[in-house]
Design a protein around this ligand. Structure first.
Ligand SMILES: Cc1ncc(COP(=O)(O)O)c(C=O)c1O
Length: 432
């Protein structure tokens, strides 16, 4: 830090960034649709929806208008003992799109807090039911659920979490059968994962409060994808042992997997669903943890000790909720604009699948990913930054996760734009 510097950017401590060695950040002036404009006049195609949040496109006019209109009416109000139309309307619209008995919507601020709420809710659910022995959690190897302490506890342990290891609670991890197009070992991987789950459950199945799952796609863990039928098998086992099923749909929600929610695609019925990122179309921070009637009514009691004592200053911010309603209007009025993107990815992958360095192609709805076959695989692979620089040079914002390259575009993308991304990938990978 140098507070005497005229360079104002030096006060801004960036997330996930080693400030000593990182290149100076790109300065962004504006956004429009899929394009970002930098202060130096360069334009970048946002192929990753910023941090997987931008649903329709940057500065989408209907959402801008909804936020401005709401800001002029009610920008914020305490949400304990008060309510407002945007919060109620968004809650109703989300519940109507979700399957099963999901009926209670608890708002918070971001993906990590949606997960914290889910973990606390599941934990207290059992206490409220008099089951003080159900205190353990299950999660998948390779999972990422956020950066707060509870969310980190149920995530994969790595260099990112090691500084905090004494603060994290113990969780039992089950192997995740990550698969890809043409994978002929997928059935064996699924069998092994289910056998592991069976062993864990037969040893202590009645001690678990919940299993938290990123359905279909593990995002930050490397866009690792699994098959819907595998998740149905997992759900069956959780039902046998009465364990709550938490779906972390922070990334997969609002059309990303080709359906409004991954749980629709998997034909499963989780007890708790965490939502954030695309909930406001990518405009404002907001999150929701949605639970079934059964979970809600475990807290509905004359005993104050059974209350869910959790809340945030900005709970159900009216502008965020209004943006959420406007975003759902767009998703529904444009006849599910996310539906067509999967077919475009398939065509794009066909064009580059023979490339010597590209392997393990996978697609789930609007998300496509592939591995770059380099010796230093993993998040710290030097390939990622090299590729990113090559993409930026050519006008594309792609941000590999180590040696994993993925495309996760806003839904305003056109077929030609997707085509140009794949063409550029082949070009840039060739420079390695
Ligand atoms: C599946 C999942 N859960 C939770 C989070 C945490 O969300 P946030 O960064 O908004 O706290 C993320 C973020 O990438 C995520 O992908």
């Amino acid at each position: 830090m140098n507070n005497q510097s005229a360079d104002t950017s030096s006060c801004f401590w960036q997330p996930f960034t080693q400030m000593k060695t990182a290149a100076p950040p790109l300065r962004v002036r504006s956004g429009n649709g899929i394009m970002l404009e930098l202060e130096d006049g360069r334009r970048l195609m946002d192929c990753i929806s910023s941090w997987w949040v931008t649903l329709h496109g940057h500065c989408q006019p209907e959402i801008v208008e909804a936020i401005c209109c709401q800001a002029g009416k009610l920008e914020q109000v305490i949400c304990a003992g008060m309510t407002h139309e945007p919060a109620e309307m968004l809650a109703r619209r989300i519940v109507d799109l979700l399957p099963g008995n999901l009926a209670g919507v608890f708002y918070s601020d971001d993906g990590s807090t949606a997960v914290e709420v889910a973990l606390k809710m599941a934990f207290q659910y059992w206490k409220n039911k008099g089951r003080t022995d159900r205190t353990r959690f299950l999660a998948f190897e390779g999972a990422y659920h956020g950066d707060t302490l509870g969310a980190m506890s149920v995530g994969h342990r790595s260099m990112f979490t090691s500084a905090f290891k004494e603060l994290l609670f113990d969780v039992d991890f089950i192997p995740f059968p990550a698969t890809f197009i043409g994978d002929d070992e997928v059935a064996a991987k699924e069998d092994a994962a289910l056998a592991c789950l069976d062993r864990v459950l037969s040893a202590a199945g009645d001690q678990y409060a919940a299993f938290i799952i990123e359905p279909l796609v593990q995002g930050a863990g490397g866009m690792r994808m699994c098959r819907p039928e595998f998740l149905r098998q997992v759900e069956k086992r959780l039902r046998d042992y009465g364990i709550l099923e938490i779906y972390d749909e922070v990334m997969t929600g609002f059309g990303r997997t080709g359906e409004y929610f991954a749980c629709i695609k998997t034909k499963t019925t989780p007890d708790i669903v965490c939502l954030s990122k695309g909930i406001t179309g990518g405009f404002l921070p907001l999150a929701a943890t949605v639970c079934t009637d059964d979970v809600f009514y475990a807290f509905y009691d004359d005993d104050p000790g059974k209350t869910f004592y959790h809340g945030h200053s900005y709970t159900a911010n009216p502008m965020g909720c209004a943006a959420g309603v406007a975003s759902l209007d767009l998703l529904e009025a444009n006849r599910e604009p996310f539906k067509k993107i999967e077919a475009w990815h398939q065509k794009g992958i066909k064009k580059i699948e023979g490339h010597r360095l590209l392997t393990r192609f996978r697609i789930c709805g609007t998300i496509a990913a592939m591995d770059i076959d380099v010796p230093d695989a993993g998040y710290l692979s030097r390939t990622g930054p090299k590729l990113k620089a090559g993409f930026i040079e050519r006008g594309f914002l792609l941000r590999p996760l180590g040696n994993v390259l993925y495309i996760l575009p806003p839904y305003c993308i056109t077929q030609d734009q997707i085509h140009s991304i794949y063409k550029t990938i082949a070009e840039v990978v060739e420079t390695l």
